[in-house]
Design a protein around this ligand. Sequence first.
Ligand code: MOS
Length: 729
Amino acid sequence: MSDMPYPDALRVDAFDKVRGVQRYAADNARPGLAHAVLATATIARGTVRRIDAAAARAVPGVRLVLTHEELNGLKPPGFLMGGGYGFQSIQPITSPHIAYRGQPIALVVADNLEAAAEGARLIRADYAAEPHQVTLDAPEADIVAQADSPLPKPMFADVKAGEADAAYAAAAIRIEADFRHPPQHQNPIEMLSTVAEWRDGHLTVHEGTQNAEAIRHGLARQLGIEPERITVLSPSAGGGFGQKNSLQAHTVLAAEAARRLERPVKLVVTRAQIFHDSSFRPASRHRIRLGADTAGRMVALIHETDSQTSRHDLFPTQYTELSARLYGIAGFRGRERLVRTDVQTPGYMRAPYEHPAAFAVECCVDELAYRLGRDPVALRLANDTTADPITGQPYSSRYLAECLRRGAARFGWDRRSMEPGSMRAEDGSLMGWGVAIGAYKAATAAAIARLRLSADGAVTFSVGVHEMGQGIRTAIFAVLVRRLGVEPGRITLEIGSTGTTPQHLTAGSWGTATAIPAAEEVCDALLRALETLPSRLSLAERLRAAGRPYLEVEVSRRAPGQPEAVMGRLTSGLPAAMGPAYPGYVSFSHVAHFVEVRVEPSTRRIRVPRVVSVADCGRVISPRTAASQLRGGVIWGIGAALREVSEVDVRYGGFLNADLAEYVLPVHADIGTIDVEFVDAPDPRLNAAGVKGLGEVSMVGVAPAIANAVHHATGRRLRALPIRVEDLL
Ligand code: MOS
């Protein structure tokens, strides 16, 4: 951190960010750097019959061209969900097989970027194309029941409680509806990019990532070297959202090119290529059957899903882990299926299952409110629960009702009239008010935290967590400053880079609930180690009084109930997190969103001038970054509800709108007031810090709140995202 002042309310990296001091990985201009560009496949499935790189090699400045003919010795990374490190199991450019449009077929490396790009443009391939299938509307033969997948049970078993089918059949009120969610891409500001450099047989990789340890161990497997010979540096990534949660396909290509050329190589996956070169949110469809009695008690929920996966991997889904837990419904049956398509393997994108699942369920709950003539907030409160309907166990904490009550008061919900189309804004537009709730598992990962205090007062802290803009550095600083009373300027955080403590995957909203309790524990361990020395002295003075140049303490933490063997996974770069089920309880964060939409009567343009969101994420560590996470989640929900879709043309495969001009995201003009509040009640059962996750729950429920508001404004039930003007004409 710079020597700028650190008021508690600020982001610790704010000054460095606005002054351009903070760098992305691709900004590391190493001496002698060569530039690499990918050439990609133009068919959706088949084989490269012949590849012609002669023209590329002839471009002045081109130093190396790698095709599958050169790279067939490179090993695959293994699939993240199957014990490996890669977002998918296959490694492009190691065989002539083409599994999806946009798959890399060659890497061109040159003295400058222009020559590399020109070379990549000149790569020619002859293909033997095979028939492909890129949408969910695939023949029955391509559908796999998740219950039949080889992935570990019970994690991916179908969720079930009570007798849902019988209860649904007997229910006085039955709602049945189908929902569709399109594929979407994360599009973080920082592109996938790698600067790879070898020195004396040691590989250093600069790459913005959520999972430095997986890159290290995965590259070791792919390159056939010891992990000890690899360092991955990711002090701060420019956004992740699940896209950077594993070893990407391009990384080993940069490393291998650098090894062969004996000079540093930079490879930036372009914005268009990112749409085909990393994971994305798969298309999904959801059939909901919701049964209730005439008093408004929900008695049965059946949630059946079909979700897109690749031909080569089964990306598992857990949509129903969430839908089973939103309410206290005694009869629940989930069934998840995967549809094989010819795309790269999809993966996790912010609230990967929870957002689409909540869209389906929460639209149906709104429909139920209208069938009953009940206020949608009152109906939700009446169906809240204190026990987990699946396991019967208590929640570690559950303040959903509090979120709903506070949100309703803040929003002015009592001024809402129930009748669709009954409210008008002063500008004459149709006004709709909608509500929906969300939840997200409160996961926790194993971690090792290390704290070093020097006699000169400097503090160095390391724990396995990655800064990707969410603000974890600021939260950790808050703990160190408060607990140790040290000046912020004396603190160095070593996170996101290997070679310190194990840099476990930061995902699943477990970063804060993992890093903060570990930070508090290691601070306490340090204070205990110095407690025999006079407390009127500062920590550094005590150290000097004891005649010691420094003191280092380390704590090792596991999630509640996690077996000791998990530490082996942690140190080998494998996922080492758990939740929502812990011994004796389950743990979730909750949120309630209240949305106002305005629909312009003639053009049907939809605006979202006002959102009120109240979240329960346990204790709030950094109010500023927490509020920013919640607002960001709401913006993502607005994007998902009204803008974002990765367009597919069944004739060609791949994704058509592969740039930020045509992959439409909300811009400033699309965002009105987002008013956020936190319950801020500690959850001491999950960890001593009382912290649950926030990053993903923030988004869950925004899209259905908008869809419900659109119904309130227009009387139209829209069940496919995104909702657009043409859907309301
Ligand atoms: Mo996240 S979508 O678990 O990186």
